[in-house]
Write a protein that binds this ligand. Structure first.
Ligand code: LLP
Length: 415
């Protein structure tokens, strides 16, 4: 069963009518389905059950504590990219020994924090970072477990901003330099080389790029193992795509089936860093229509959510379906759905055939569980939206709407 469905003409999240949430909490508000989070996690876990594996949920997709705690309850680890994400993961009850730390710009302070917390491993992206980590671990009298992120040079055929596996990307170490970098890592006495990491991009809707890149990674693993390096983990990254407009995308089991032959032979534990596939379709952004207007030929629907709440359409031209919260007979019209922010790029949908919404109507911006609230900002001094988690017939506000005081917290007027 889908998390968001119409019952008696009302769009629900699980058993809760979205209208009720809008009335009690106000709009704009993000609403997440706990059941869906769990289902997506379990589906992924089952798909890879024939291989030793750890699912490290990619915290950047949605870092709300209640979301993290729900996944922690399922046994999830975390893929983090900052000290802040580590703080959140630990606070939500994710076990440090299931945390992997990626990113090209870890500071020494962040490295020390993660070492002290006892995370599983660092995904290191450059030789200088190897040296820095070795230094920090030495100062603490610890050994840091590392994987190197290699760049397999495959085209994931996704939006250029979220493709990361091409040779020219800022991420990872080129395949041609990998063996040398591993030699260097193995020579540093405060590091223990334990894994190989790749991440080729996000919202990838085919299995093939994964198969291609993993077969290259598999060859590298064999070579490193034959050199006597103790590679025990292959981290395949994240990137499993989701349907945004009902399109066909591979299921977790399709990925698992295709990748199993490559992974099994390695004898390694597989790490998955999945974000979007778990949370993307577990959330919606609820907004209310404010005004209708026309300029020249164009029709606009002005709503109370804006690019500061959901930047994906403005930044990537992403498509998010928009549904009425209350089903009613309405004529269809072509509109731009826009927010109050003072930018022409502030839109949630462009030239979209939609039921003609009237001021006061509620609408649900779908597939807004991943990279949505997480990328929101205070631009135009707009308070960030509330977040709600639904569980069956009940719901809780898991992040309050910001107040005006929140907006100026930490600021002061110079004397
Ligand atoms: N691992 C690493 C190293 C990553 O950089 C990412 C995402 C993931 C895992 C998780 O990828 P996922 O399973 O969620 O595809 N803001 C963009 C997406 C940026 C993805 C960044 N890295 C968007 O809204 O589409």
């Amino acid at each position: 069963m889908h998390a968001f469905e119409f019952k008696d003409g009302q769009l629900h999240c699980e058993e809760v009518p979205l209208r009720r949430i809008a009335e009690e909490v106000g709009t704009p508000v993000y609403v997440y389905s706990r059941r869906t989070l769990r289902e997506h996690y379990r589906r992924l876990d089952e798909a890879f059950s024939s291989l030793p594996h750890i699912i490290c949920y990619s915290v950047k997709a949605n870092s709300n504590l209640a979301v993290l705690a729900t996944l922690a309850g399922e046994g999830a680890g975390a893929d983090i990219v900052s000290g802040g994400e580590l703080y959140r993961a630990l606070k939500a009850g994710i076990k440090p020994e299931k945390v992997v730390y990626a990113g090209i710009g870890k500071t020494r302070e962040e490295m020390a924090y993660a070492l002290g917390a006892g995370i599983l491993m660092f995904n290191v992206e450059s030789e200088l970072e190897l040296e820095a980590l070795d230094g920090v671990a030495g100062e603490l009298g610890m050994k840091a477990s590392v994987a190197l992120r290699v760049n397999p040079d495959v085209d994931a055929e996704t939006h250029p901003y979220i493709a990361t596996g091409l040779r020219e990307a800022k991420f990872g170490i080129g395949m041609e330099d990998a063996v040398e970098a591993y030699r260097r890592a193995a020579s540093l006495k405060n590091l223990e080389v334990t894994g190989v990491h790749q991440h080729i991009g996000s919202q990838i809707t085919q299995v093939e790029p994964f198969r291609e890149s993993l077969s290259r990674v598999g060859e590298l693993v064999e070579r490193l193992q034959s050199m006597g390096m103790g590679i025990r983990y292959i981290n395949i990254g994240g990137g499993f795509g989701i349907p945004y407009r009902g399109e066909e995308v591979p299921y977790p089991r399709d990925y698992a089936q295709a990748l199993e032959p490559i992974l099994r032979g390695s004898g390694c534990t597989v790490i998955l860093e999945i974000g979007r596939m778990i949370v993307g379709n577990a959330g919606v952004l609820l907004a209310r229509a404010l005004y209708r207007k026309r300029t020249g030929e164009k029709r606009f629907l002005v709503v109370d959510a804006a690019m500061n709440d959901l930047i994906r359409p403005s930044l990537y031209g992403s498509f998010h379906d928009i549904l009425p919260v209350e089903e009613r007979e309405r004529p269809v019209e072509k509109v731009d759905v826009v927010g109050p922010v003072c930018e022409s790029g502030d839109f949630l949908a462009r030239d979209r055939e939609l039921p003609a919404f009237e001021p006061g109507d509620l609408l649900a911006v779908m597939s807004a569980g991943a990279y949505s609230f997480a990328m929101s900002s205070n631009y135009n001094s707009r308070r960030r939206a509330a977040e709600v988690l639904v569980d069956g017939g009940r719901f809780e506000v898991v992040r309050q709407r910001e107040s005006y005081d929140d907006l100026v917290r930490g600021e002061r007027i110079m004397g």
